[in-house]
Design a protein around this ligand. Sequence first.
Ligand SMILES: [Zn+2]
Length: 74
Amino acid sequence: MPLFRLLAIALLSWIAYLVLKNFLRQVRQRAPAVSRRRSDFTKVLRCQRCGIHVPEDEAVHREGKVYCSEQHSR
Ligand SMILES: [Zn+2]
């Protein structure tokens, strides 16, 4: 039955295409997570008032000292 064999090959290649497409989508979604994890290693600074540790980009700098919030910098 050549027709049946042809259909089976077509079906198998279609499934393979779907699996590959799904796999590529997963790889693409995983890529940003890796770079996000790498950015977690940003410098952490200690608040001069309460001693809490805050990421450098969230810290408040005032008169050469580091604070966790605008409130503590006053
Ligand atoms: Zn503080």
